[in-house]
Design a protein around this ligand. Structure first.
Ligand code: PLP
Ligand code: COI
Length: 342
C-alpha cells in the first residue's frame, strides 16, 4: 500500500482530510449498523440538540505504525468506557464497547495510507464523537443521535514536541464546576475553557492550569491534559472529581509503578509546585509535555520546575517507555495495544 503524499515530519496537531469516516445512527431506542462515508460533511437540522444545548461527547485515541511495520491502537476499550461514562453524564444512549472497537478498527483500516511512517514520530489521531440530532427547542435529551469516528494524521500538540515549555496558572478561570461535568469528555467543557486557553497562548504560555473550582487551593489539570509531578522517586498526580480521568495518566501511573516509583494520587496544593523536581502535562494529544515553569499570573510568582531547561530523567524515562509500548519497541505487558489486522 502506498502512503499518502504528506510531509509527515512537519505535521502539527490539526485536521487534514482523509479518505473515509465511519458512522452509526441511533433512533427508536437502538443503534443501527456501522456505515462508511467518504464525505466529511453531513446535513444537520438547525434545531439539533447538539447545536443548542451541547448534547455531545467525544474521545481521542491514536494509532501508531511500529518499527516492525505493525499498526497498534492504544487502549481502545478504555476510551470506549469513558465515552459511555460521558454519555451517561449528559443523558445520551451509551455506544456499545464492541461497536466502538469495531468502528475504530474499521476507520483505521480504511485510512491506512494516512498512518504516518514509524521514523517520523507522527501518529494517526482517532476522533470518535457522539451527538444529539433531534430538532428541539425545549431543554431535554434528544431521541436521535449520531456517532462518527474520523481520523487525521498528527504531529506534536505542543510546539516542539518533547521539550520543556512554560505554563501559567490562574484562579480566575474555571473549566468545570465542583459537581459539574469536568470528569466527562463533553464539548461544553472545552467551550468553557476556550477563553483561558486563548488568553494563555496570547501571553506566551502553552496552556493554563486550572485550580480546583471548590476551594481554589489545589492543582486540577492543565489545558487539555492532566498534570503529574516528580518528587524524588514519586509520581504525584491530582485526585479530583473535576478533572478528566486521563487514560495516558492512568497508563503512566502503571508504568511508574513498573519502573519502581511510588505513585501518589492526591490533592496537590499550589505551593507544593515549589518542591517538584520535574513535572509534565500528559494526554493522548500532549503525550508528555515536560514543564519548564508555571507562572502564577495572579500572584506574579514563578515556580521554576526545570533546573536546566531540559526534560528531566523521569519524564524522559516515562515518555520513552510509553512511546516504546505504543510503537512496539517495549513489551506491552498490560495488553494496552490492539494490533490492527489488514
Ligand atoms: N484532560 C483533558 C481536559 C483532556 O481533554 C484530555 C485529552 O483527552 C486529557 C486530560 C488527557 O486524557 P487522555 O490521556 O485520555 O487523552
Ligand atoms: C486528546 O488528548 O485526545 C484530546 O482530546 C485533547 C484535545 C485535542 C481536546
Amino acid at each position: 500500500m502506498e502512503l499518502a503524499n504528506i510531509d509527515w515530519g512537519s505535521l502539527g496537531f490539526g485536521f487534514m482530510p482523509t479518505d473515509y469516516n465511519v458512522r452509526c445512527n441511533y433512533s427508536n431506542g437502538k443503534w443501527g449498523e456501522l456505515e462508511v462515508h467518504a464525505e466529511a460533511t453531513m446535513p444537520m437540522h438547525i434545531s439539533a440538540a447538539v447545536l443548542h444545548y451541547a448534547q455531545e461527547c467525544f474521545e481521542g485515541l491514536k494509532a501508531f505504525r511500529g518499527e516492525d511495520g505493525k499498526v497498534r491502537v492504544f487502549r481502545i476499550v478504555e476510551n470506549a468506557k469513558r465515552m459511555q461514562s460521558s454519555c451517561r453524564g449528559v443523558c445520551m444512549p451509551e455506544f456499545p464497547i464492541e461497536k466502538f472497537e469495531e468502528a475504530v478498527l474499521k476507520v483505521v483500516r480504511l485510512n491506512a495510507r494516512f498512518i504516518p511512517p514509524y521514523e517520523t514520530g507522527a501518529s494517526l489521531y482517532i476522533r470518535p464523537v457522539l451527538f444529539g440530532t433531534t430538532p428541539l427547542v425545549g431543554v431535554k435529551p434528544a431521541s436521535e443521535y449520531t456517532f462518527v469516528v474520523f481520523v487525521t494524521p498528527v504531529g506534536p500538540y505542543f510546539k516542539g514536541g518533547f521539550q520543556t515549555t512554560p505554563f501559567m496558572l490562574s484562579r480566575k478561570y474555571d473549566r468545570a464546576a465542583p459537581l459539574g461535568t469536568g470528569n466527562l469528555k463533553v464539548g461544553g467543557n472545552y467551550a468553557a475553557g476556550m477563553r483561558a486557553t486563548v488568553d494563555s497562548h496570547d501571553m506566551g504560555y502553552s496552556a493554563v492550569f486550572y485550580i480546583d473550582p471548590k476551594e481554589k487551593k489545589y492543582i486540577d489539570e492543565c489545558g487539555a491534559a492532566n498534570f503529574f509531578a516528580i518528587k524524588g522517586n514519586s509520581y504525584i498526580t491530582p485526585k479530583s472529581d473535576s478533572i478528566l480521568p486521563s487514560i495516558t495518566n492512568m497508563s503512566l501511573r502503571q508504568i511508574a509503578e513498573d519502573l519502581g516509583m511510588t505513585v501518589e494520587r492526591r490533592q496537590i496544593p499550589i505551593a507544593e509546585l515549589a518542591e517538584f523536581d520535574e513535572a509534565g502535562a500528559c494526554g493522548t494529544a500532549a503525550v508528555i509535555s515536560p514543564i519548564d515553569k508555571i507562572v502564577d499570573v495572579d500572584e506574579n510568582h514563578t515556580f521554576q520546575i526545570s533546573k536546566d531547561g531540559k526534560p528531566g530523567k523521569w519524564c524522559t524515562k516515562l515518555y520513552e517507555t510509553l512511546r516504546g509500548i505504543q510503537y512496539g519497541k517495549v513489551e506491552d505487558k498490560h495488553n494496552w495495544c490492539t494490533i490492527v489486522e489488514f
